[in-house]
Design a protein around this ligand. Structure first.
Ligand SMILES: CC(C)(COP(=O)(O)OP(=O)(O)OC[C@H]1O[C@@H](n2cnc3c(N)ncnc32)[C@H](O)[C@@H]1OP(=O)(O)O)[C@@H](O)C(=O)NCCC(=O)NCCS
Length: 200
């Protein structure tokens, strides 16, 4: 089922009830959403991203580009509004963050000044479910970051990251693995905002 803007936004907003944690989206009432939006600039940027994505999917001309530019000028976040990103998307500090990706799974956390983009060819990363990307990290090229992976602050990731692994350093290397056995091809990225496809 394709999720609408409100449902996706509720899931995003739920990450702000206690910052960065996973809270059921059902706890985000309309009133609570207003309060969270008032408090958190980063959440306002996320809402604009969701609205821009909606216009993009409706194939409305001009509006997605205008919203994308607004997100950059007002919030300092460069993000393509057409990227499929699952609900529960948490960007702690949008300023200086650049996101160009093939898709990002649900409940991902991006802390600050992160770059997700191409390396030396026109190919972009795919990020799995519940991935944490620390401050200043760069995730580059047509790689895949597996579900539940952790990218340490300032890491430069240029190779696939196995599910459940923690990577740090330049170039990033695995320093820890959880018992998570989900393999890279199993990665789930929403095809379009909630309609999940399994793809490599
Ligand atoms: C990677 C991280 C999540 C820690 O993961 P962890 O599983 O608890 O790992 P540890 O702290 O035990 O560190 C494991 C090893 O990696 C090293 N390490 C940890 N974080 C590192 C980093 N960002 N860069 C380089 N090395 C790092 C540790 O020194 C340790 O090395 P050692 O085994 O030789 O002693 C954490 O260090 C991190 O980078 N968090 C990002 C936080 C952030 O972005 N904060 C910004 C707030 S605005």
């Amino acid at each position: 089922m394709v999720k609408g803007v409100w449902q996706l936004f509720r899931e995003d907003a739920s990450r702000w009830i206690i910052q960065g944690t996973l809270t059921p989206a059902a706890q985000v009432t309309f009133l609570r959403a207003i309060v969270l939006l008032y408090r958190y600039r980063a959440l306002r940027a996320t809402l604009w991203f969701r609205i821009g994505g909606w216009f993009q999917r409706q194939r409305v001309p001009l509006i997605p580009g205008i919203i994308q530019r607004r997100i950059t000028t007002v919030y300092g976040l460069e993000i393509e509004v057409g990227i499929p990103i699952g609900g529960g998307f948490y960007i702690a500090h949008p300023v200086g963050t650049v996101i160009a990706s093939r898709g990002i799974g649900e409940n991902c956390s991006i802390i600050s000044s992160v770059t997700i983009g191409m390396r030396n060819e026109w190919a972009f990363p795919k990020i799995g479910y519940n991935v944490f990307i620390g401050a200043g990290a760069r995730v580059l090229g047509g790689i895949t970051v597996g579900d539940n992976a952790v990218v340490g602050a300032n890491a430069v990731v240029i190779e696939d990251v196995p599910a459940g692994a923690t990577v740090v350093g330049i170039p990033a290397k695995v320093v820890r693995r959880t018992g998570d056995t989900i393999s890279l091809p199993g990665i789930k990225v929403p095809d379009y905002c909630g309609e999940e496809t399994k793809s490599a």
